[in-house]
Design a protein around this ligand. Structure first.
Ligand SMILES: CC(=O)N[C@H]1[C@@H](OP(=O)(O)OP(=O)(O)OC[C@H]2O[C@@H](n3ccc(=O)[nH]c3=O)[C@H](O)[C@@H]2O)O[C@H](CO)[C@@H](O)[C@@H]1O
Length: 362
């Protein structure tokens, strides 16, 4: 029996693609373990699947000066030695790293233990964790075709993004029932990615009376962001985070307002949902969501609206409402473009690479 260890975490974009691979790995008879951050989001999402979860200490390297960068170096060191000891015990045939800061010491440990590593990058530019892992990876899977140009030919494999199969089998009626929505009015789903997005939450709530004239609004607002005052408002439902009901929530959407996290974007592409993408700003990130969003806009899957314009002026509610209306009115055009680019098969492609590296025919 072949053994695999999966890693990745911090936010769900580094976890749900691993969830998407589980059924394929299980059917092929792999013995599967997961190494992630102790008490991290990955622990909460992986344990219910029955996969053996091992929590390690983790530290984050930030792009800005912070005293924690120093203490976190020790935490990363501790995570590295914990990973070495786990990998020596588990003896996997392959390690799959989905990125996120917890994954880097696990990849380094795999190198020390002689375990071949496969990484996956969701964004069009490579995240810090994957850049630090790159020298030790046997194969590097990626999602955006343009990312391949930066990789050595013998390492890079264009796979697309593994998407959870159950997302493709949602039921609109169940979604409507869950939210107590009617079937006669369009549904706008808002998602700020796995943690919610404060900017989007504020904008949607400011514009709620206007939005509710046209739409029923289902708002995935992130942990700790449910606004009690708005509970029970007709036509508006908020959730901190949806797990099992997500396929039904997406199925009922006529359009989606979303952050530019790659996993969400590719899920919505696979489901052919017209999108208004509001990327995380360059002030707070390396700008990957802006590039993801622009790529989707260029391919005609939706529109991008920035938090602030070139002069630094914050987005106004009127501009937001105009953009929502524009995407909704042109929805048929976006759907047509998405039908030509279905974005499925990512899980199967990554699975094939894992089998090859583990020495198993897929
Ligand atoms: C702030 C930050 O660093 N964001 C990064 C993070 O995004 P983050 O992890 O937040 O977002 P993604 O959009 O990539 O993934 C979110 C995942 O959570 C799932 N979901 C979301 C809400 C919910 O209620 N239930 C649920 O299951 C989505 O279906 C999706 O599978 O990783 C992404 C993938 O590398 C990057 O593109 C983002 O830039």
């Amino acid at each position: 029996m072949k053994k695999i260890v999966l890693t990745g975490g911090g936010t769900a974009g580094h976890i749900t693609p691993n969830l998407a691979l589980l059924p394929l790995l299980q059917t092929a008879g792999f013995s599967i373990s997961y190494i992630g951050l102790k008490d991290g989001m990955e622990e909460g999402l992986i344990r219910p699947t029955g996969v053996a979860f091992y929590g390690i200490t983790g530290g984050k390297l930030r792009r800005y000066a912070d005293l924690k960068n120093f203490t976190d170096l020790f935490r990363i060191g501790a995570g590295f030695w914990e990973s070495v000891s786990l990998l020596r015990k588990l003896k996997p045939d392959v390690l799959f790293s989905k990125g996120g800061f917890v994954s880097t010491p696990v990849v380094w440990a795999a190198k020390l233990c002689g375990v071949p590593v496969v990484t996956h990058e969701s964004d069009s530019t490579f995240g810090l964790a994957n850049r630090l892992s790159a020298p030790f990876a046997r194969k590097m899977c990626y999602t955006f075709p343009e990312s391949g140009a930066h990789l050595p030919e013998d390492k890079g494999v264009f796979t697309g993004l593994p998407i959870r199969e159950q997302l493709l089998h949602g039921n609109r009626e169940k979604g409507l029932r869950l939210c107590e929505f009617s079937a006669d009015k369009p549904v706008l789903v808002v998602t700020g990615g796995s943690q919610g997005a404060a900017f989007i939450n504020r904008m949607v709530r400011r514009c709620l009376p206007k939005l509710l004239e046209t739409f029923q609004v289902c708002h995935l607002c992130g942990k700790g962001n449910v606004d009690e005052k708005l509970e029970g408002m007709p036509g508006y439902r908020q959730f901190a985070y949806v797990t099992d009901d997500l396929p039904d929530v997406f199925a009922m959407a006529d359009m989606v307002v979303t952050r530019g996290g790659s996993t969400s974007l590719f899920e919505l592409l696979a489901l052919q949902k017209p999108m208004l993408i509001i990327p995380y700003s360059r002030k707070a990130s390396r700008g990957d969501q802006i590039i993801n969003g622009r790529s989707f806009q260029k391919q005609g899957f939706g529109e991008v609206l920035m938090e602030a314009d070139e002069n630094g002026m914050d987005m106004m509610p009127a501009a937001f409402l105009r953009a929502v209306r524009q995407v909704y009115e042109n929805r048929e055009r976006y759907i047509e473009n998405m039908q030509k680019s279905p974005a499925r098969g990512g899980a199967q492609n990554v699975f094939a690479v894992l089998c090859e590296v583990a020495g198993l025919s897929s």
